[in-house]
Design a protein around this ligand. Structure first.
Ligand SMILES: *Cc1c(COP(=O)(O)O)cnc(C)c1O
Length: 693
């Protein structure tokens, strides 16, 4: 199972930056040339591949199609860094124009800046290679790496063959090394994207052994004098895969500030080397600060680290804490628990499809979908194409079914993001097919709701659609409209819908057509019907741990509410009897009244006349009635009976506080609606704060 956070990756970035500083200051030369070789030419060679792998890892988690954005980001960083070193370039005499171009595009404008053009070109190459499929891409990148290897630390071998020598000399007329964006970077980017996970012990053992062997390899090549350069080894990719798996296996939390510090250290340390040398010379301490390699390294490192830390703090955007005003607390443990419980209700052969439309019923769709994906859920449903694309961009794999209408002109977009579209009726099918772009679809059958779907009786039309060249029918489904009711008439209607649905599916099968995934139940289909002969169950409201309202159900699985809605007290004051408050002065104190203002209002999804229908919130675990008219951003509470209510205290609008609870169902019933509406209307400005694993 994937764990949350990347603390180990973030921490290792710093170590990698330290290793890069070591490469450029050779701290162990005073100890022995051999020790220095092993540190800077073998051990430290994990640093740059690590940076590339992290980039690949996050690209793959989001989407490789975001490669362009990553390239832009790197290009900006590269430009800024190049500008920083321009004075030094000019001081050293600069380059002729063609040489500038070559450096900017391939070798970097200052020695350490080669990383940026390499990463940029590497991402472009990796994205191209991915067209060969995952394995094909890795194989091709490996081939490029091996080709690079022969021009790097195995040059002594390759250079003996005249043909190879000619080829490589050609390459070296364009680029100083094969350690660049073509030969070197794509493999590590793709390996990072692969993100192999291993048990920690196995990863640690693998890393230990391969790292040791890498040292031996480097040493052997060194004694053979084969190296033209020394950044590529046969065992480096192996070592990196184990190292990365090890870091992934001990991830907890996040340290975004370390990411910035490591990048800044990488960019700034050559300036620090120059500053230390210049400074030492100016005060006559060259012997101590520069000639002793170890001290030199430590001083450069300290200066780079301090400078980077200071800059990182300045440049870190100051974002408000999400719990400053009003927020939604999302209990991911409860969410995952509900999914497991509902899966049991659906039965063994029927898979849970998570309905995460309308921002996962107001719970945050990306957050919720990711939590389920980590726990093995592979099927998602939304209402709109835009919701589907947002999920794909956030790294949700598997099936994403759009349950609602999508204009046929979007066929290309459906195909690009591998999104499955519902065919909502015959006209829709014809219009989609007319685009002549293959798209994956599920057919909606109307079995009695008379909303969307092809009337189930129109078998001929259904068969024709299933035979269409461009519509890849992966599933057939229907929707029940009174499955939330247990009255005999409604139960009979549901039975009739189900019977018509299965009958139609059987007829399709009998005609030799494959209906693909068959699905019928939404939440109340799972709560009120026995196990169904279906492949999927589209679970919405129940997944969020609440019932639509107080109506009885046939089954009572152990569902746990996922959302708590909380807000801060903005102000507290006392009203004398007869004094009125709020818009329209609709509340008048009958006795000395402590009035608290909760920083949440109707713009956050609460009804304006909530006081009139019995609205209340929890303050310090006690109920406080809502009074007056709700404002857009504030709600007045009578907290007279509750001692010590202060500005900044937390109030609970929905959820548990101490021993007391305000269930979402209670609020929904007060508002004359169902939880589905209440929750999905919660305002988009409420941050979602995940709690639990
Ligand atoms: C919204 C929706 C669901 C989920 O319904 P719940 O009652 O919230 O489980 C399932 N199927 C379709 C077609 C929907 O539109």
């Amino acid at each position: 199972m994937e764990t949350k956070g990347f603390a180990a990756l973030d921490a290792f970035r710093i170590l990698a930056a330290v290793l890069v500083v070591a490469i450029h200051t050779s701290p162990l030369t005073g100890v022995s040339p051999e020790a220095d070789f092993l540190l800077t030419r073998a051990v430290a060679r994990v640093a740059v591949p690590f940076f590339l792998m992290v980039t690949g890892y996050f690209l793959a988690r989001r989407d490789w199609r975001d490669g362009r954005r990553m390239i832009k980001k790197l290009a900006v960083l590269y430009l800024a860094s190049a500008a920083l070193y321009l004075p030094l370039n000019l001081y050293n005499g600069g380059y002729p124009p063609l040489e500038w171009l070559r450096r900017i595009l391939i070798d970097g404008t200052f020695y350490h800046l080669w990383y940026f053009p390499a990463a940029i070109l590497g991402i472009a190459v990796a994205c191209l290679l991915r067209r060969l499929g995952k394995r094909g891409a890795l194989a091709a990148a490996l081939a490029l790496y091996l080709a690079g290897l022969l021009g790097d630390s195995y040059w002594g071998l390759a250079g003996q063959l005249p043909i190879l020598k000619t080829v490589y000399d050609g390459i070296f007329s364009v680029t100083s090394y094969t350690r660049n964006g073509l030969f070197y970077a794509p493999l590590f980017l793709l390996l990072g994207g692969w993100g192999l996970r291993l048990p920690r012990r196995m990863a640690a053992a693998g890393f230990g052994l391969s790292f040791l062997a890498l040292g031996l390899e480097a040493w052997t090549l060194h004694t053979l004098h084969w190296q033209r350069h020394d950044s590529m080894y046969v065992l480096l990719p192996v070592t990196m895969v184990f190292l990365f798996a090890l870091l992934l296996s001990c991830n907890r939390g996040q340290r975004p500030v370390l990411r910035r510090v490591s990048v800044l250290m990488y960019v700034l340390h050559p300036w620090c080397i120059i500053l230390v040398r210049g400074g030492a010379k100016a005060v006559g301490l060259t012997e101590l600060l520069v000639d002793n390699a170890l001290i030199h390294f430590i001083v450069v490192l300290a200066l780079s680290a301090l400078l980077s830390l200071a800059l990182a703090r300045v440049s870190l955007p100051r974002l408000p804490k999400p719990t400053g005003r009003a927020w939604r607390e999302i209990d991911l443990d409860a969410f995952v628990h509900n999914a497991a419980v509902l899966q049991t209700c659906l039965g063994a052969r029927c898979r849970l499809m998570a309905v995460v439309k309308a921002e996962a019923y107001g719970h945050g769709d990306v957050l919720c979908a990711r939590a389920l994906q980590r726990n093995g859920v592979r099927d998602f449903a939304v209402a709109a194409l835009s919701e589907a694309v947002a999920l794909r961009k956030a790294g949700i794999r598997g099936t994403i079914l759009v349950l609602g209408y999508t204009p046929p002109g979007e066929a290309r977009t459906l195909r690009f993001w591998r999104i499955t579209q519902t065919v909502v009726d015959e006209d829709h099918a014809a219009a989609l097919a007319a685009q002549r772009i293959p798209v994956h679809v599920h057919l909606a059958l109307d079995t009695g709701m008379h909303r969307l779907g092809i009337p189930a009786e129109r078998l001929g039309a259904v068969k024709r659609i299933m035979g269409d060249r461009y519509l890849k029918v992966d599933g057939v489904f229907s929707h029940l409209c009174v499955s939330d009711s247990l009255t005999p008439e409604d139960a009979a209607y549901t039975q009739a819908q189900a019977a018509l649905f299965y009958e139609t599916v059987e007829k399709l099968r009998a005609a030799g057509l494959n209906p693909g995934k068959v699905h019928l139940q939404a939440s109340y289909g799972a709560l009120n019907l026995p196990e169904q002969p279906c492949d999927l169950g589209r679970m919405g409201i129940a997944l969020y741990g609440v019932y639509s309202d107080g109506a009885p159900t046939a089954r009572h699985p152990d569902l746990r509410p996922v959302l708590a809605l909380r807000a801060r007290i903005a102000s507290v004051r006392t009203l004398e009897p007869g004094i009125s408050a709020g818009y329209g002065l609709s509340f008048t104190a009958q006795r000395p009244t402590r009035l608290a203002v909760a920083a949440i209002g109707y713009a956050d999804g609460l009804p304006r006349d909530w006081a009139a229908c019995g609205g209340r919130m929890l303050v310090h675990g006690q109920y406080a009635p809502v009074v007056g008219r709700l404002c857009m951003d504030q709600t007045l509470l009578d907290v007279t009976g509750i001692p010590d209510v202060c500005q900044g205290d937390v109030v609970t609008v929905i959820g548990r506080d101490g021993g007391a609870c305000i269930p979402a169902e209670e609020v929904a019933v007060q508002c004359g609606t169902i939880t589905n509406e209440l929750l999905s209307r919660l305002g988009g400005r409420l941050p979602t704060v995940p709690v639990g694993k």
